[in-house]
Design a protein around this ligand. Structure first.
Ligand SMILES: C[S@@+](CC[C@H](N)C(=O)[O-])C[C@H]1O[C@@H](n2cnc3c(N)ncnc32)[C@H](O)[C@@H]1O
Length: 303
């Protein structure tokens, strides 16, 4: 199985394509995996389970914005998880959802609301001509896909109005299940390591890149998401996630790890389907940066 396909199916939030495509963005906007897996559906499932970070990030934007918020750009919007949260929170603002995948922007169009405008464009090629100045730019699980994040952030800054806000969000680790049990915790560690060695969901602490682009860094905050009570949703999430690990990394898993996964994905009393407990742990790191309100440079020229 090609590495790009394995990674695409594994890194739900991390990737809709493999890391080797990072420098060839125009070829990278796939929405289905090799086996027909709908990556968009996985993005939606992930948000349904771990989406509490959205409200936290939006609250930070409210706190830091030093200007009226009229235009928000969601850069690398995917299925529009962030787009819809932003539209709900900033009801009077226009939300411009940009994604390189026409299937993703079509999904956003279908879901609405009317304050959302979609633009299908490759952000590696620069800021789309049809998108003007913004008051907020939101980049969730997308900056690490951009071929040249530093250049993208400089361009973003030049399109943000003085007093505007940049919100960058990334997933610092893959979702972890059943952490209290050492063999499951160890399995999660090994999956994380496996993904790191394959280069999936790879990003630095963006602080220096953001400040080098001319932003004032305001907050860097990691949201911890711990869900203790199992629900049908968390069961489905764990099954979807771990079955992708099982099939995607078949050649890389040890026999022990394959056996643990088979037990979890099976139908026995200790399976994900039937066990009474299923704690889920996830996290998001949020960087909030601003363009100083007194800026007098080229930002002013973009209307
Ligand atoms: C992991 S998804 C994240 C989607 C969404 N922001 C979320 O949090 O659910 C990354 C998205 O970025 C898009 N993307 C990646 N590189 C891009 C580029 N160079 N230009 C435009 N979109 C890009 C992909 O098509 C994909 O929909």
């Amino acid at each position: 199985m090609p590495l790009a396909h394995k990674l695409a199916s594994l890194a739900i939030m991390a990737s809709s394509h493999g890391p080797e495509h990072r420098h060839h963005g125009r070829h990278s906007h796939r929405t289905h995996d090799h086996d027909g897996t709908d990556i968009g559906a996985l993005l939606e499932l992930d948000a349904a389970v771990t989406g509490t970070y959205l409200a936290e990030a939006i609250s930070l934007i409210h706190t830091e914005a030093a200007r009226p918020i009229e235009v928000i750009v969601d850069a690398g919007a995917g299925t529009g998880v962030g787009t819809r949260a932003l539209a709900a929170a900033f009801g009077d603002a226009e939300i411009v959802a940009i994604d390189g995948s026409p299937e993703m922007t079509a999904r956003i169009d279908a879901a609405g609301p009317a304050t959302v405008r979609t633009v299908t464009a490759d952000l590696d090629a620069g800021w789309p001509a049809s998108v003007g100045a913004a008051d907020v730019v939101w980049a969730s699980a997308s900056l690490h896909h951009i071929a040249d994040p530093a250049a993208f952030l400089r361009t973003t800054r030049s399109h943000l109005r003085p007093g505007g806000v940049l919100a960058v969000i990334e997933m610092p680790h893959q979702p972890r299940f059943l952490q209290a049990e050492p063999h499951h915790s160890d399995l999660s560690d090994r999956i994380e390591e496996l993904m790191r060695t394959k280069g999936a969901n790879s990003f630095p602490d963006w602080t220096d890149t953001i400040t080098a682009a001319g932003f004032e860094m305001r907050r860097r905050h990691t949201v911890r998401i711990d869900i203790l009570e199992p629900t049908e949703l968390t069961r489905t999430y764990a099954q979807e996630w771990l079955s992708r690990v099982r099939t995607g990394f078949t050649d890389d898993l040890t026999d022990t790890d394959a056996a643990i996964l088979d037990e979890l994905l099976g139908d026995g009393p200790t399976s994900l389907r039937h066990r009474p407990d299923l704690p889920v742990r996830a996290a998001r790191t949020i960087w909030i940066a601003t363009v100083p309100a007194s800026t007098t440079d080229t930002n002013q020229e973009i209307s």
